[in-house]
Design a protein around this ligand. Structure first.
Ligand code: FES
Length: 169
């Protein structure tokens, strides 16, 4: 029997451990001699998570609609998203996600929570994410660019159809 326990942080939505028996089957009890395997539905093409693996950048509306699990959606036609029309422009969505137009409609998104100290003060500064508290700097892929940013930044995936931008993990 093996016990796999998830390491969680404050914002994790799921706190759950997974117990498997000697055959690798998930069980509901730590006593694998008595527990029966949990029914695990087979993967299917209708799985909301499937089909999104390779989506990024500009995609069709139909492709965009296959992303069922997302972090935020941004209406690119809304007045609140006007800043995203300009290279280097950014918006903060729901206070939790920083979305920026790095150039020519190529979007990046990151968690608005600094890893130096857990403060929601990340902005996009021309070509990189930046924390206004003490100056941590992060690349568009989340790599720390100075000592304060050495823990990196959580960066999300994005896809859009020219009207709606979807930010997802
Ligand atoms: S809290 Fe972000 S740099 Fe210190």
């Amino acid at each position: 029997m093996a016990v796999l326990a998830a390491c969680t942080v404050k914002n994790d939505a799921v706190l759950e451990s997974l117990v498997v028996n000697s055959k690798g089957q998930p069980v509901v009890s730590l006593d694998s001699t008595k527990a029966s395997p949990i029914a695990v539905p087979p993967a299917s093409s209708t799985d909301p998570g499937s089909g999104t693996t390779n989506l990024s950048g500009l995609v069709s509306t139909d492709q965009l609609n296959t992303i069922k699990t997302f972090i935020v959606k941004v209406d690119l036609t809304a007045s609140t998203a006007t800043a995203l029309k300009n290279d280097g422009g950014y918006v903060i969505v729901n206070g939790t996600v920083v979305v920026a137009n790095i150039a020519n409609g190529q979007y990046v998104a990151a968690q608005n929570l600094c890893t130096h100290q857990p403060r929601p003060n990340i902005i996009f500064n021309r070509t990189e994410f930046y924390c206004t508290d003490h100056g941590a700097r992060f690349s568009t892929t989340g790599t720390g660019l100075n000592t304060l940013g050495s823990r990196g930044l959580t960066v999300y995936r994005t896809a859009n159809d020219g009207k709606t931008l979807v930010v997802f993990a």
